[in-house]
Design a binder for this molecule. Structure first.
Ligand code: UT7
Length: 338
C-alpha cells in the first residue's frame, strides 16, 4: 500500500478471531448454585448457557485475548510484527498496570506495536473500531489489532445474592485486524460515540466504600462485585438502541434495509428483538448468539462478527452496522462498507 499525503484512504477488516473458555455454565448449573430457574432466565434474557474463564487455572483477559488475536492474525495471513498498534477494549484487565494490550503484545511477540487499553464497557469494541479506523485512515498507522475481551465472572457472586448479574454475564474474547488500503470506498460510512456519565450508578464495580453513589449505603461486602440496576439499564437500552440505529442510518443517508447485517451487543434477547421489530429487520439480518454465550461485554460484538464471517453470512461488499451500549453509560455505532 502506498500512502499519498492528503489522499483519502480506506480501511479493510482483513482478519477475525475469537476465543471462548472451555468451561460451560448452563442454566441448570446456576439452579444448583442459587434460587433461580431455567424458565426465569430464558424468559427474561434469552440466555441458556455462558462460558466462564478458569481464573484459578491462569485464564485471564489477556490469555483469552491473545488466543483471539492470534487467530485473527492467522486468518489475515499476517504476523505479530506486522502490527503497528494493539488496542484492547476491556473493563477486566488483570491489573491496573500494565495494560491488557501490553500483556497481549508480549504474549504474541509483537515487538514493534504500540499497545493500550480502551474502557467503554460493553461499547468498547465499537468505540475501538471507530478510533482504529480514524488512525488508519489518517495515515499514521498501517495495521491495527483490535480486541474486545472481558472476564466479568471475576466480579460475580454465583449465589442468590448475585443472581441479578451472574445469570447474564459470560467470558470471551473477539478480535479483528484492520488494515489501511488505497481503496477509499472501504471502511466507515458513519460512526457515533456517546456517553452519559450521570448514568454511571446503573452499572459499577465498587472497590471501597467511597465508590458507592450518593443515596446508597456503602456495603463493604459488595466491593469487588458488579452492582447493576437491571431495570434502569433495560429501559435505557430499549430506548437508546433504536435511536442509535436511526442516528447512524441518518448520518449515512441510508434506509434500514440498505444494511446487510446488524452486529449488535448481546445484552438481552428481548432488547434485540424489540429493535428488530421497530425497523422491520428480517431475522437473518440481526444476529443473536446470546443463548449460547450470554452477555460477554466488550467481546460480544467481535464474537458475533467472527461467527458471521466464519459462517459466510458476512462477505466483502456488504454494509455492516455494529451497535453497542453499556456501562458508563456509553453507546455507539460503526457502519462499515466491508
Ligand atoms: O450489557 C449491558 C448490561 N446489562 C444489561 O443489559 C441488563 C439489562 N437488564 C436486564 O436484562 C433485566 O433487567 C434483568 C434480566 C437483569 C432482570 O430482569 P427484570 O425483569 O428487570 O427483573 P428485576 O430485576 O425487576 O427483578 C424482578 C424479580 C425480583 O423479585 P421481586 O422483588 O419482584 O420479588 C428479583 O428479585 O425477579 C427477581 N430476580 C430473579 N428471580 C429468579 C432477579 N434475578 C433473578 C433470577 N432468578 N436470576
Amino acid at each position: 500500500m502506498t500512502a499519498h499525503p492528503g489522499a483519502r484512504r480506506g480501511v479493510r477488516i482483513v482478519g477475525v478471531g475469537s476465543y471462548l473458555p472451555e468451561h460451560r455454565l448452563t442454566n441448570a448449573d446456576l439452579v444448583r448454585m442459587m434460587e433461580t430457574s431455567d424458565a426465569w432466565i430464558v424468559q427474561r434474557t434469552g440466555i441458556r448457557e455462558r462460558r466462564v474463564a478458569d481464573l484459578e487455572g491462569g485464564e485471564t483477559a489477556s490469555t483469552l485475548a491473545t488466543l483471539a488475536l492470534r487467530e485473527a492474525l492467522a486468518s489475515a495471513h499476517l504476523t505479530p510484527n506486522d502490527l503497528d498498534l494493539i488496542v484492547c477494549a476491556t473493563m477486566t484487565a488483570e491489573m491496573e498496570c500494565p495494560s491488557c494490550a501490553c500483556l497481549i503484545a508480549n504474549a504474541i511477540g509483537a515487538s514493534r506495536a504500540g499497545a493500550f487499553d480502551l474502557n467503554a464497557a460493553c461499547s468498547g469494541f465499537v468505540f475501538g473500531l471507530n478510533v482504529a479506523h480514524e488512525l488508519l485512515r489518517g495515515g499514521a498507522y498501517g495495521t491495527i489489532g483490535l480486541i474486545g475481551v472481558d472476564t466479568l465472572s471475576k466480579f460475580m457472586r454465583y449465589n442468590t445474592a448475585g443472581r441479578g448479574t451472574s445469570i447474564i454475564f459470560g467470558d470471551a474474547a473477539g478480535a479483528a485486524v484492520l488494515k489501511a488500503t488505497d481503496d477509499a470506498s472501504l471502511g466507515i460510512l458513519a460512526q457515533t460515540m456517546h456517553a452519559d456519565g450521570a448514568g454511571w450508578k446503573d452499572i459499577y464495580v465498587p472497590h471501597r466504600n467511597s465508590d458507592f453513589p450518593p443515596g446508597v449505603t456503602p456495603d463493604p461486602t459488595q466491593c469487588g462485585f458488579v452492582q447493576m440496576s437491571g431495570a434502569s439499564v433495560f429501559k435505557f437500552a430499549v430506548g437508546t438502541f433504536p435511536d442509535l440505529i436511526q442516528e447512524t442510518l441518518d448520518k449515512a443517508r441510508l434506509r434500514p434495509d440498505d444494511v446487510d447485517m446488524y452486529v449488535c451487543h448481546q445484552s438481552n434477547a428481548r432488547i434485540l428483538l424489540a429493535a428488530r421489530e421497530r425497523f422491520g429487520i428480517p431475522e437473518e439480518k440481526l444476529y443473536i448468539n446470546i443463548d449460547r454465550v450470554g452477555n460477554t461485554v466488550a467481546a460480544s460484538v467481535p464474537l458475533c462478527f467472527d461467527d458471521l464471517i466464519k459462517s459466510g453470512r458476512v462477505k466483502p461488499g456488504m454494509k455492516v452496522m455494529f451497535v453497542a451500549f453499556g456501562g458508563g453509560l456509553t453507546w455507539g455505532s460503526s457502519l462499515w462498507q466491508i
